[in-house]
Design a protein around this ligand. Structure first.
Ligand SMILES: O=C(O)CCC(=O)C(=O)O
Length: 259
């Protein structure tokens, strides 16, 4: 089988495994040329964002104070919607081989929910507490899927994804610590359940369901961890909290459509 044939969609075993476990490890998926291009663009966007303030440091309380965000001792940096600022990431959300896999999981009508760059610098990278994405998103139907991809080799030490297999089958209560405060860690709601740790090489991809509990630990290594996530939904998805339909538009384009 040629490389391009290998990248078309998912096998029935992979689809069944995703539905049973709530995630699927694809492994190295992006071509080396694309990885190199995305690394350059990712670094450029973070350099710009660190000056303009167009990023969040999820390790501290949300603030517009650029110095606070840049100089906090712990750095879990996020740029939302890279696809609205950079043509290479715009192209990536339309990447056909990725969409071929997503189509096998949510069908042929695919809309972008959003994308995000998630950067853990070397030595100071912060953690992301155990959570289900849809506790933040409050989307219905809760069938969104995410492609989480790596631009560096990623192991547990520098922030590999950790997940609880099967946890997507039940939405858990996530309680906020205060109005607008961070969501609480929900790991204690899966006591005794195994954790899967997903090491990936640069250019690697894993896919997970919006209710799969996941976590990444702090990065105290001398290896940075650059990751990027694309969150896909079916058109007609609604946000329960805002009671709104997530309209198609520049920020939420249709990525594939079959009528
Ligand atoms: O990239 C990470 O460290 C965590 C990402 C994550 O939790 C998410 O995409 O919901």
């Amino acid at each position: 089988m040629s490389e391009s044939e290998e990248k078309t969609g998912l096998s029935s075993e992979q689809i069944a495994s995703f539905h049973e476990r709530g995630y699927l490890v694809i492994g190295k998926f992006l071509d080396d040329g694309l990885i190199e291009c995305l690394r350059t663009e990712y670094d450029r966007e973070f350099e710009v964002a660190r000056k303009s303030g167009g990023f969040r440091n999820l390790a501290i309380e949300d603030t517009d104070d650029v110095d606070k965000k840049n100089n906090a001792p712990t750095q879990m940096l996020q740029i939302m919607q890279m696809c609205e600022r950079n043509i290479h990431f715009r192209r990536l959300i339309f990447h056909e081989p990725l969409l071929d896999m997503i189509e096998c999981l949510i069908g042929p009508n695919i809309q972008l929910f959003h994308d995000q760059a998630l950067y853990k610098p070397a030595h100071t990278g912060g953690e992301i507490f155990w959570h289900q994405d849809n506790a933040y998103w409050q989307c219905t139907p809760p069938n969104l899927v995410s492609c989480w991809m790596t631009l560096d080799d990623v192991t547990i030490d520098n922030g590999a994804m950790q997940l609880i297999p099967g946890s997507h089958l039940k939405a858990l209560d996530h309680t906020r610590t205060g109005e607008g405060g961070p969501l609480l860690d929900v790991r204690d709601q899966a006591t005794g359940q195994d954790t899967a740790v997903i090491d990936l090489p640069a250019g690697g991809v894993m896919i997970h369901h919006c209710q799969t509990m996941h976590y990444t630990q702090p990065n105290n290594t001398d290896r940075q961890r650059r990751a990027f996530a694309i969150h896909y939904m079916t058109p007609g998805t609604r946000n329960l909290r805002k009671e709104e339909h997530l309209e198609v538009g520049f920020e939420r384009p249709m990525l594939r459509m079959k009528i």
